[in-house]
Design a protein around this ligand. Sequence first.
Ligand code: FE2
Length: 242
Amino acid sequence: MYYADIHCHMLYGVDDGARDRREMLQMLEKSYNDNVRVLCVTPHFAPGNFGNNAAKAREVFEELREYAALKHPDMRLFMGNELFYRKGAAAWIDDGHCKTLGNSFCVLVDFREDASREMISEGLHRILTAGYRPVLAHLERYRDIFRGGLGLIRSFKVDGVLLQADSGSFLGDFGFSVRRRANKLVRAGLLDVISSDAHRVDSRHTNLKECCSLITKKYGEEVASKLFWSNAIRILGINSEE
Ligand SMILES: [Fe+2]
C-alpha cells in the first residue's frame, strides 16, 4: 500500500524541522522507503516564531523537487504550510505568504496545545469565513476540544473542517491520553487523515507504514486506505491515477 503524507517538516532552515540539506534528503529517502508516493511538505507559518519564511521555503522546496524528480520520479511533491493560528491569520493566506495545501483551498491549521475550545472554534470559523477549508492539525493533542465528549468536534465536521491526526499519536509518542483520543476519533468515524508530522530523521520521523499496519489490524483495510491515502488525495485535489 502507498501513502499520501500531507503534513511534514522536511524543508531545511525554515522552521524546527530538518536542520540542513543532508537531513532533508535523508528524510525524503525515509519517506520514500516508507512507501510515501504523494508528499506535501508543510513548514510552520508562524511569523512570531520563525519570521516570514515564505520565500526561503519556496526556494528550498525547489531544491527538494529537483532532487526527487531525478531520484524518485514516481513520487509527487506538493507544498503547503502549517498555519499557526492567531487573529488576522487568514490575511496571510490571502496575500500568498501562507500556502494552502497543494493547489487546493484547504489550509493546515494548528493552535497552541493548551488552546481553549473557544479559541480553536473561533479560529476555525474565521478561516472558513475567509473562504478556506481548515484541516485541523493533530487535533488529538488539543485536550480542551474533547471536554464533554465529541460534540464540539462533530460540529466542526458539520461546518466543513477536516481533521488530521499524527501517526506518532497512535504509536504512543505523545503519551497514553493522546493515543486514547486519537483512537476515539477513528472509532467514531470522525478522522479524515493520518500524517507523519515528521520533523527530523532521528526522532519524530516518518513512520506511516508502522502506524498503518496498526490501524489496519484494529480497524480494517478500508478505514486504513481512507486515512492514509484517498482522503489525503482528495484534500490535495489530485487524481490518484495521475
Ligand atoms: Fe506540524
